[in-house]
Design a protein around this ligand. Sequence first.
Ligand code: SF4
Length: 248
Amino acid sequence: MNRHLCWFSDGIASAIATKFYLRDHPDALVVRCHTGAEDEDNERFRNECARWFNREIITLKNPDFEDTYAVWDKRRYISGVAGAPCTMELKVTPRLAFQLPDDVHVFGYTFDGNDRKRFKAMGDNYPDLSIRAPLIEREITKANCLAMMQDTGISEPRSYAMGFPNANCLQSGCAKATSPRYWSLFRKVFPDRFTRTAAVSREIGCRMLEMNDERLFLDELPADYPTMNAVAPACDFLCHINGQDLAA
Ligand code: SF4
């Protein structure tokens, strides 16, 4: 029998996707990759979600790397044309070690345009992989997910209230982020973590910022640069119907 793997990322979208999927596939496994760079509030959210799912969340970890900084240091590379090695070492490698050829993989991609493109690209790039995206199938956006999560009584990871678009790797900041608005927010909320990542990226020689068609070092980010805006919860008719399904 095929295994169904719900990939849980400590984020709201994957939590809602997992909950929906478990309704139809109660034997599905809930799995996450531990990067070692998660914000400290993620564990609280994860434990509350595990109780909500009434399932254990299986944690996978690459034993060769403690966290994102360890990957960047060993590879002497953070991000660029060759991608981000932390994704490969901390997320892809543990997944490949765990998965079986006939597994069905379930992801929290939302109905928002960019997510739909990314899900399609995944299907195009890995045609042999069986993949599902319950939120796209139900036309649920990220803002809808925020509203549905509020109805569960589980507080979202604190990263959302801080203004971040997800709960990814906030001990170091995300290697793939090039937006000056993201890094401006990261610097404002976590000045010490920003200083460390700026120093590491300068030492490795990685210009992580993209500004005005130029690549800049993090320590070149102007002091008064505006921060990114948080995604606001959005509730519409479809969201109400989906919310009823979620509570059933
Ligand atoms: S979320 Fe960002 S920092 Fe974390 S593993 Fe992925 S690319 Fe690296």
